[in-house]
Ligand binder design. Structure first.
Ligand code: HEM
Length: 347
């Protein structure tokens, strides 16, 4: 599993900004968004009696994590997404594989290996603090949902209320991961099909992909776009030549450093804003799956709208995160449990 981007990675980022000759800004202020729509069984006040201080306890951990290891922000947001898409938002991604067991847990699936370990550590820390004040009450799945919202807000994104009441899941299998997650070369058809299978619409797809306004991707996720787009041995024609040049410098076709990462949002990589959508319009999308959203007639109009309207993006993102946070929620002992330690099933 990777840790946060290395110093050389950050050098890479600044090389990007230099080569692309694009402005760098980190000055956007968060807008508060209030959400009304919610999965029926979850509620904002779920722990009002049993653990009223849960939000502030998790908040103290996420603020510290963000100061000490800023990469835990994007990594936690991705962790939540990968948790929700595989067996629902039930903390199943937090379970550690059992030594000697034939079947690995979700966490150790190939698609989850690049999630920075700080994200897992942050949730485990938050759980430990919450357990010390409210033992046996708050699920790991809810702690992950709260921590994700906190990080979205800390990086400059919208603040929204988190509905709670998820139980933790009893099942965590690496073999369930790949087919439930989108890939960097997924077509819009494949993305729509997958999102629809989770109860999410084409709008949700475009809006949630806006999370790629922050964070990084490893070279292997886009190297084919640079050197051999669809077997043509040429670069992807839907990539701005300046981006192509900058990526080529950091990511050789063969034998490069596997830890090198490039920013998703080449204009404002450290702030949560709507620049991601403007970048797509300017052929500055990093993954083929990102760029495709601005090319397909089903998703292009919303990309154009969100590129123009940051406030609309923030509202829609808060709404869509709440919707995603309701996927496959577990209640009751048949499928659910309350773990004391997020890395281990309750015994
Ligand atoms: C729509 C299809 C999506 C695809 C194909 C996709 C794919 C990817 C890939 C390949 C990476 C880079 C992994 C690496 O190299 O380390 C990544 C990172 C990331 N993804 Fe997505 N993703 C999608 C949707 C989402 C959604 C819905 C969210 C959250 C709401 C999300 C949040 C993130 C974040 C924050 C990162 C950066 C992680 C970091 O820097 O540590 N992604 N994604």
């Amino acid at each position: 599993m990777s840790s946060s981007p290395t110093f050389s990675s950050f050098v890479t980022i600044f090389m990007f900004l230099f080569f692309l000759n694009l402005p760098f800004s980190n000055s956007q202020l968060p807008i508060k968004a209030t959400i009304r729509r919610a999965p029926r069984q979850l509620s904002v006040n779920y722990y009002a009696k049993s653990c009223p201080q849960v939000e502030s306890l998790v908040g103290s951990v996420t603020s510290n994590m963000y100061k000490e290891a800023p990469a835990s922000g994007p990594a936690t947001i991705r962790l939540f997404f990968h948790d929700c898409f595989v067996e629902g938002c039930d903390g199943s991604i937090l379970i550690s594989s059992k030594a000697g067991s034939k079947e690995l847990a979700e966490k150790d699936a190939e698609d989850n290996k690049d999630i920075a370990k700080e994200a897992f550590e942050g949730i485990n820390k938050a759980k430990a603090i919450v357990e010390s004040k409210c033992p046996g009450v708050v699920s790991c799945a809810d702690i992950l949902a709260i921590a994700t919202r906190n990080f979205v807000h800390l990086v400059g994104g919208p603040y929204y209320e988190v509905k709670k009441g998820r139980w933790d899941g009893k099942l965590s299998k690496a073999s369930r991961v790949h087919q439930n997650l989108p890939q960097s070369n997924s077509t819009v058809d494949q993305l729509l099909k997958l999102f629809s299978s989770k109860g999410l619409t084409s709008e949700d797809l475009v809006v949630l992909s806006g999370a790629h306004t922050i964070g990084f991707a490893h070279c292997k996720q886009f190297v084919n776009r640079i050197y051999n787009y669809k077997g043509t041995k040429k670069p992807d024609p839907y990539m701005d030549p300046r981006l192509f040049k900058a990526l080529k410098m950091s990511c050789p076709q063969y034998g490069g450093n596997v830890d090198i990462v490039a920013p998703f949002d080449v204009t404002t990589p450290f702030s949560f804003d709507n620049a991601y959508y403007g970048n797509l319009e300017a052929k500055l999308g990093l993954l083929a799956s990102d760029q495709a959203l601005s090319l397909d007639p089903r998703t292009k109009p919303l990309v154009q709208e969100l590129a123009k309207d940051k406030h609309k993006f923030f509202q829609a993102f808060a709404d869509a995160m709440e919707k995603m946070g309701g996927i496959g929620v577990k209640r009751g002992r048949k499928h659910g449990e309350f773990r004391k330690d997020c890395t281990m099933h309750h015994v």
